[in-house]
Ligand binder design. Structure first.
Ligand code: E4P
Length: 216
């Protein structure tokens, strides 16, 4: 399973990359606003840090505009994946960009039928948002199970990227279902490495080590 960082903050992206456990990066306009820097400049820097897929999100509402933005993003680096929203226009853009050899991530997916349409449009990645579904009282992970089943039934190769992850439980649930990718904020990525008993164990071993006779 690939683990991506959901961020446009290059200092935390660097920290994630240093662990060698970070396989890619996803960004969106909200994350770009938080970073407070010119978007293309940030994307260029991210692509120099992360060798795996880096998603760059379009903001046009029409297919023509999305394709134009996508082509520009694809010139930044080879590992750029263009994000388009799950709309009729988004699916037109997905087909056009895919035909040009540009990889597409279909974002803002909240239903299994939307994921089916994304796969039929040739998406490289589909991004169902589990956290935002949980937020409105639905079970986000049920959507991942449904998409996995549908993609397996029809042998779609579109990769399921579990997005809008809020905690480590989302990550292992996504892994158990067999999603190819999980993207998460740095705070969750960091938590994956930790367990209270690991810290307690290290403390105890270090205390006991002091009692071990040393060579004089
Ligand atoms: C994924 O590509 C999205 O950028 C992201 O996971 C959205 O997460 P949020 O619901 O926490 O904003």
């Amino acid at each position: 399973m690939q683990l991506f960082i959901d961020s446009a903050d290059t200092s935390e992206i660097k920290r994630a990359a240093e662990t060698s456990a970070c396989d890619g990066c996803t960004t969106n306009p909200s994350l770009a606003a938080k970073a407070g820097r010119e978007y293309n400049e940030v994307l260029k820097e991210i692509c120099s840090i992360i060798k795996g897929p880096v998603s760059a999100e379009t903001v046009s509402l029409d297919a023509e505009g999305m394709v134009k933005e996508g082509i520009e993003f694809s010139k930044i680096a080879k590992n750029i994946v263009v994000k388009v929203p799950m709309t009729v226009e988004g699916m037109k853009a997905c087909q056009k960009l895919t035909k040009k050899g540009i990889k597409v991530n279909v974002t803002l997916v909240f239903s299994a039928n939307q994921a089916l349409l994304a796969a039929k449009s040739g998406a490289f990645i589909v991004s169902p948002f589990v956290g935002r579904l949980d937020d409105i009282g639905e079970v986000g992970m049920d959507l991942i199970k449904d998409i996995r089943l549908i993609y397996n039934n029809y042998k779609f190769t579109t990769q399921i990227l579990v997005a809008s992850i809020r905690n480590p439980i989302h990550v292992f649930e996504a892994a158990k279902i067999g999603a190819e990718i999980a993207t998460m904020p740095y705070s969750v990525f960091e938590q994956l490495f930790k367990h209270t008993l690991t810290d307690v164990g290290i403390k105890k071993f270090l205390e006991d080590w002091k009692k071990v006779p040393k060579k004089k």
